[in-house]
Design a protein around this ligand. Structure first.
Ligand code: NAD
Length: 433
């Protein structure tokens, strides 16, 4: 098989499929990335993936190329793992990477093959791409398309790929369904649903819309708590015992970010508008707005601790990745908060255990430090914005010794306010008195 597009999803899929025993050729247009991958260097931070990459390369079951003719000759099955980012200035997804990959692959196909989309796409994309594939493949070559959405979580990508909670196959033929079921058979007994293209496309965006809604629900409760003196962490805990509600994704804080949830709910709204059912998803506008308000609220909490102004103050930001155990800084709440504080005159120093290189490239105007203590040295307020375990277990003693003032904003509600306050810190957190 080939795996076309070797980003967070593609590298994981390629390495895990090789681990299952398949012969895998990864394809990307980024020649630097391909060179790194062939040398066993993982260009992203993902627990356990470097080992799988090295093992795949060593066994000869995994390698990478930039050459589409080679990919067409190699694969019986071609997975599409291309990016579908938000288009600049609008809500719609940009699916041009998928079109480009199909245009580059299809004319080189010389035998019947199956193309499998894994990217998250607006509903209706698979149907359109299936027609393009048929149109671009040489006469006499039959190319089938399936849509097989991916549910992996960054930080748990390997585990989620090797032990998925479900497999969804959007297929138009028994052949496509059988090939995919055979291919995933080594995973064991995983609930597998065969559905049409449109349902397969929708399962993914519906799942992300639900998760985003759950996070924004508790963050909306945080806003009400802030106005009433109630404690949203206690509220969330009390809600979580209701098994109809459940405690997961009910954690109040600075909100969601990353390369998926924000752009997926926006693309979903845009697609619903195009389909004439925009009203069905108007609530997602609120979900998005609540989420973004949490970022400005976090800035406000820090500003209040400083008496109303960041002007000239040193500010330590702990966290740059959008979530712990990842180096992904796409739409990161932490970096947005850091930038907003800098725009208000704060002298911000950011530290993250894995995402510093990516953050430096994306936000070169911010200052960066090599450790939490270095970032905090001389600072008047510390903000914890990504819940890396290193920060959750932060030692108050050494930190208190290097800061100029003991002010902390716990943007993820992971610290113990009583312990911090009794150590002489002013503690603020979203949704808590
Ligand atoms: P990414 O931007 O990290 O990766 C995309 C890769 O495709 C890059 O390496 C890029 O160089 C390559 N590429 C671009 N154009 C190409 C072309 N014409 N030919 C070959 N390669 C090309 O994106 P990602 O985070 O891996 O996400 C990929 C898709 O999977 C998106 O639709 C995303 O929504 C979805 N998804 C991502 C995750 C996740 O956790 N990252 C989880 C589930 C689904």
């Amino acid at each position: 098989m080939t795996v076309i597009g070797t980003g967070y999803l593609g590298i994981t899929h390629a390495a895990c499929m090789a681990e299952l025993g398949h012969e895998v050729l990864g394809v990307d247009i980024d020649s630097d990335k391909v060179r790194q991958l062939n040398a066993g260097i993982l260009p992203i931070f993902e627990e356990g993936l470097d080992e799988l990459l090295r093992r795949g390369l060593a066994s000869g079951k995994l390698r990478f190329t930039t050459a589409y003719p080679e990919a067409a000759a190699f694969g019986d099955v071609h997975f599409l793992c291309l990016g579908t980012p938000q288009r600049p200035g609008e809500y719609r997804a940009d699916v041009s990477q998928l079109d480009a990959a199909i245009e580059a692959l299809a004319p080189h196909l010389r035998r019947d093959s199956l193309v499998v989309g894994k990217s998250t796409v607006p509903v209706g994309t698979a149907e359109r791409l299936a027609d393009r594939l048929t149109g671009l493949a040489p006469p006499g070559v039959r190319v089938d398309l399936a849509w097989n959405p991916e549910f992996l979580r960054e930080g748990f990508a390997v585990e989620d790929t090797l032990r998925p909670d479900r497999i969804v196959i959007g297929a138009r033929s028994e052949y496509a369904d059988r090939v995919l079921r055979d291919l995933y058979a080594p995973l064991g007994d995983i609930p597998t649903l065969t559905v049409g293209y449109t349902t397969a496309e929708l399962v993914k965006v519906a799942a992300n819309a639900f998760l985003a809604t759950k996070i924004s629900f508790i963050n909306a409760m945080a806003e009400v708590c802030e106005a009433t003196g109630a404690d949203v962490v206690q509220l969330s805990r009390a809600l979580s015992y209701d098994t109809r509600i459940g405690g997961r994704f009910l954690h109040p804080g600075v909100g969601f970010g990353g390369g998926c949830l924000p752009k997926d709910i926006r693309a979903f709204m845009a697609r619903a508008d195009e389909l004439g059912v925009g009203e069905a998803l108007t609530f997602l506008r609120e979900v998005d707005a609540i989420n973004l308000r949490r970022r400005s609220r976090t800035v406000t909490l820090a500003r209040e601790l400083l008496g109303g102004s960041f002007d000239g103050a040193r500010v330590a930001v702990l966290g740059a990745a959008f979530k712990p155990n990842s180096d992904d800084i796409r739409d990161s709440p932490a970096l947005d908060v850091a930038t907003a504080i800098q725009d208000e005159g704060g002298r911000v120093s950011v530290y993250d255990p894995a995402a510093l290189d990516n953050a430096r490239k994306a936000r070169p105007a911010l200052d960066y430090a090599d450790s939490a203590l270095a970032a905090a040295t001389g600072s008047s307020v510390v903000l914890l914005l990504t819940e890396w375990s290193e920060f959750v277990g932060l030692d108050r003693g050494p930190l208190g010794a290097v800061v100029a003032r003991r002010n902390i904003v716990d943007g993820r509600n992971v610290l113990d306010p009583v312990a911090w306050r009794s150590a002489g810190w002013q503690y603020r957190a979203p949704g808590r008195p």
